[in-house]
Design a protein around this ligand. Structure first.
Ligand SMILES: [Zn+2]
Length: 464
């Protein structure tokens, strides 16, 4: 192990440079192109990662642009380390350019620094250190680069169609130590057709939010009212009372444009953010407007309110292992004569998400809303005393120098799609590297050094 660790110290500068380079790819999911199912930038990031891996001396394979891997060793079975090259949209509020990977205060700053470009490259360099130390293992080790973790996980579905599953795996796409439970997941869409609208006192348009797994930090609506200045005065009283960032300004004719700023957060912790869309809806309901759009906003506000636990929708629940159900009101969109709302719901690990879906069907049907549930994902739950959980926890706590218990999360990682796999790292409990899905996402260089050593030992222990 000493040789592996000294190899890692020697290659640190190269690893940092590689992470900075891969942050340069704006690999948000894009439109499919030949050989690039998740868009050109994702393909370019994958090509770069595999070229780097090849340069480091690994056998590599590209699975039709869906994902790819670098492999070391021999043996019938293999241990997998899975990470992803795709990123969520950059968002606003960065103090350092999100695609430059600059080092500020000993941290690499950039989208993907800790989620998940930094971690998967750390895994690649950990594997190189193992290879260069000439360690012989019972199983092969694969570092898998995915390209669709943030949106649909179609990459791993494709992978499992073409490759056997690993005997053990982990994904450094969460927090150390081990995540032994991941909540179930239900995405829902509620919509209505926009009919004829009255001439005045109506919502003309509304929009806000984009990515399902992010708390929306901006929303906007245009209304047409008989007395714009009275409406603006009403909005000012609302803003003062609620202490929120809502502004209203006169637009064309009798129109008023309302803008709301919130605070983004990951959908698995919606209470950490400030939801701009639910705020806008709550305000519009107080304005007592009429028309089909106002009616829809009213129903949505009744079902969702400003809550993050699904209480009004009748789905609030919790368990001891993973805590409470969370609900993120992700977005509202008007297009083609329709208005649609999307919500991202995370269900405690011991609750069947199908029963939650049934309750939602009942509540929405009662209000006459059209409901679509395109995705229901079952939870993941490995017993705390299973080999994978105990082995990884022991390695982490020893190297970290502190006892930390394994945990559960509302986040969904590749562990849900890949058999025999849990999330392991790469953020540290109470650590500096953080900001996934937020501005100024960062990776601390000292934490990176320790993490590569933890990942390397984990690969060896699982593969020997
Ligand atoms: Zn991630």
């Amino acid at each position: 192990m000493e040789k592996v660790f000294s190899n890692l110290d020697a290659s640190k500068a190269d690893l940092v440079k590689a992470i900075q380079t891969v942050i340069g790819f704006h690999s948000v999911k894009g439109d499919p192109q030949p050989g690039a199912p998740f868009g050109k930038e994702n393909k370019d990031a994958l090509d770069f990662a595999l070229a780097e891996a090849k340069k480091l001396g690994f056998t590599v394979k590209n699975l039709d642009g869906y994902c790819g891997y670098a492999e070391y060793g021999v043996g019938e079975e293999y241990v997998a380390v899975l990470g992803h090259l795709d990123i969520v949209p950059l968002g606003k509020g960065w103090t350092s350019p999100p695609l430059e990977g600059k080092i500020v205060n000993n941290c690499i700053i950039g989208r993907g620094a800790i989620d998940d470009k930094g971690p998967i490259f750390a895994a690649l360099y950990a594997l190189k250190a193992i290879k260069d130390a000439g360690i012989t293992l019972k199983h092969r080790i694969r570092v898998i680069f995915g390209c669709d973790e943030e949106v649909g996980m179609m990459d791993m579905e494709h992978y499992l169609k073409h490759e056997p599953a690993p005997c053990f795996g982990f994904t450094p796409d969460s927090t150390f130590p081990v995540t032994y439970g991941e909540k179930g997941h239900v995405n829902i869409f509620l919509s209505a057709v926009l009919g004829e609208q009255p001439a005045t006192n109506v919502i003309v348009s509304i929009g806000g939010g984009d990515t399902m797994n992010v708390v929306p930090d901006y929303a906007e609506a245009t209304v047409r009212v008989t007395d714009p200045s009275a409406f603006i005065a009403l909005s000012q009283r609302y803003t003062q009372r609620e202490k929120c960032q809502l502004t209203a300004e006169g637009g064309n004719g009798n129109e008023v444009v309302i803008k709301v700023k919130g605070r983004p957060a990951h959908a698995m912790e919606p209470a950490m953010g400030d939801n701009a869309v639910s705020r806008l809806c709550a305000f519009l309901v107080e304005c007592q407007l009429s028309g089909t759009l106002a009616e829809f906003v009213g129903k949505i506000n009744t079902l969702l309110g400003r809550e993050c636990d699904g209480q009004s929708l009748g789905i609030a629940c919790s368990d001891e292992v993973s805590g409470g159900l969370t609900l993120n009101f992700s977005r509202i969109i008007c297009k083609n004569g329709n208005v649609e709302v999307g919500c991202d719901i995370r269900v405690p690990v011991t609750v069947n998400p199908e029963t939650i879906a049934e309750k939602i069907k009942g509540a929405t049907a009662a209000l006459g809303l059209k409901l679509e549930i395109p995705e229901i994902t079952q939870p993941l739950y490995y017993p705390k005393d299973s080999f994978l959980v105990t082995t990884l926890t022991e390695i982490f706590c020893r190297q970290f120098g502190k006892e930390v218990a394994p945990m559960t999360t509302g986040g969904g990682t590749y562990a849900k799609t890949m058999p025999n796999t849990v999330a392991f790292g790469m953020a540290f409990p109470g650590g500096i590297s953080k900001g996934e899905h937020e501005a100024d996402e960062k990776l601390d260089l000292d934490e990176l050094t320790l993490a590569t050593k933890i990942l390397a030992e984990a690969m060896i222990k699982l593969a020997q």
